[in-house]
Design a protein around this ligand. Structure first.
Ligand code: HEM
Length: 435
């Protein structure tokens, strides 16, 4: 019952539990077992900054390893996790992400070029197409249309089987092409063949050293012992970044448009600020969207030793959920927490560990800067270029899709008109780092 209620209305359910039990409470979910939500920033800070060797995150994701692979940064813990993380981080740091802004702008312009007045569509679907192109170009370094299309078909066919990734071990059996696991295995084989082909081709590229895409940088990175990543490691991280970064960013964008289109004063202010040539408000819109609609409702750790958290002695083996959404909804931290008010991030400096959309500590989202830059650039492109209206009179209810929160109807919008180019100011290249 708890699990069903949570899956149907995750945010409302979490808030109801918080009202009833306070900022630290226990739940029991099907499959995942007993877990403790923690919505105290100081306690979360202690978990994210102190010794984290007794708080495993990879183990909780191990169900994903048949698809993501044994070397995926998401499923590893300890020294092996740190090795993969260090190899992956450089291309995602602020200055490197600045290089991706032009890729994002081109992808956004190509997407909106097809929009016509009168069109109606679910924004989340359009944004999924767009964020795939960005990952394909910025992460895989693939720009050629035929190869992009082959990768898109194979990889999205695999990721669309999302629920099969979580099949219990007993059902992970290939009973032919129509069985859930059989289907998954076949799609995985097609996707893997393409990924290994890309890796092989890239290794032979004469200008590898000059390339700035993540795959090329991974192929050149070395660990402390001077060892490069193997092809299998590279494949595992490529698919991990797609799985972790494509739908999450698309959903974040769908939420942003849902909130903007239902808050016309905020939308007009954003347009005015962009027309004035400043990005601070745009960045605040991204930050506030991810506060009010965090795509991941909670981080997740498995305790390996008994630990005292918020005064409670918790046993080994249970899950701890640093409550991203719960902290974001606290009225004492964010007055009028249910309102969409980007201005709050311009009025006051956010205390650390009160804004947690990308988790924290040694597991903080690797793609945070890329995701924020992407959200900002895509919102800019759409808001400057179009007048849209929301098809639904109120914001979409928030539901659970796999492990992410999402707008139930995908944010249905209608294109009202294309804005004259005069509304679109000439712009200096934006700085990296997002909100
Ligand atoms: C709005 C978009 C995104 C959101 C809300 C988001 C959120 C998160 C969260 C909450 C975590 C877990 C952090 C923790 O456990 O403390 C995470 C991990 C991760 N994310 Fe993201 N993410 C987004 C986009 C991306 C992108 C674009 C990429 C890469 C291209 C990416 C790659 C990863 C990876 C590899 C991890 C695992 C890090 C580790 O375990 O060391 N994410 N993300």
């Amino acid at each position: 019952m708890t699990t069903v209620r949570f899956a149907r209305r995750p945010l409302e359910t979490l808030l109801a539990w918080q009202r009833r039990y306070g900022n630290v409470f226990t739940t029991r979910f099907l499959v995942f077992g007993t877990g403790v939500y923690v919505a105290e920033p100081d306690e979360i800070r202690a978990m994210f900054t102190g010794d984290q060797s007794d708080l495993l995150a990879g183990e909780a994701n191990s169900l994903l390893s048949p698809v993501l692979g044994e070397n995926s940064v998401l499923v590893l813990d300890g020294a092996r996790h740190m090795r993969q993380r260090k190899l992956l981080l450089p291309p995602f740091q602020g200055s490197a992400v600045a290089n991706f802004r032009s890729i994002i702008r081109d992808a956004a312009n190509a997407e909106v070029a097809n929009w016509r007045p009168g069109d109606e569509f679910a924004m989340r679907e359009r944004m999924r197409a767009l964020t795939f192109v960005v990952i394909c170009q910025a992460v895989f370094g693939v720009t050629e249309p035929t190869r992009t299309e082959r990768l898109r078909r194979a990889l999205l066919a695999l990721l669309d089987l999302g629920s099969s990734f979580f099949l219990p071990a007993a059902l992970q059996r290939d009973l032919g092409p129509w069985s859930p696991w059989g289907k998954m295995k076949r799609r995985l084989a097609v996707a893997d063949a393409l990924l290994y082909e890309e890796i092989e081709m890239r290794r032979r590229e004469p200008d590898l050293e000059r390339r700035t895409d993540v795959l090329s940088l991974m192929l050149q990175s070395r660990d402390e012992n001077g060892e490069p990543m193997s092809d299998v490691e590279v494949r595992d991280e490529l698919i991990t970044m797609l799985a972790a970064g494509h739908e999450t960013t698309a959903t974040g964008l769908a939420f942003a448009f849902d909130l903007l289109l239902h808050n016309p004063t905020t939308l007009n202010r954003l347009r005015d600020e962009l027309e004035g040539g400043t990005d601070a408000y745009l960045d605040a819109v991204v930050t506030e969207t991810l506060r009010l609609r965090p795509v991941i409702d909670a981080a997740e750790r498995t305790l390996t030793k008994p630990r005292t958290i918020a005064g409670y002695e918790l046993p080994a083996g249970i899950r701890i959920y640093p409550g991203i959404a719960l902290v974001h909804m606290r009225e004492d931290i964010y007055p009028q927490a249910q309102h969409f008010r980007p201005q709050r991030f311009l009025d006051a400096k956010t205390e650390s560990y009160t804004w947690l959309a990308f988790g924290g500590g040694i597991r903080r989202c690797i793609g945070a800067a890329l995701a924020q830059a992407e959200m900002a650039e895509v919102i800019r492109c759409v808001v400057e270029g179009f007048e849209l209206s929301a098809v639904k009179p109120v914001c979409d209810p928030v539901v659970l899709r796999g492990v992410t929160l999402a707008p139930r109807h995908g944010t249905k919008v209608r294109v009202e008109r294309r804005l004259p180019t005069a509304r679109r100011p000439a712009r200096e290249p934006a700085l990296a780092g997002g909100a």
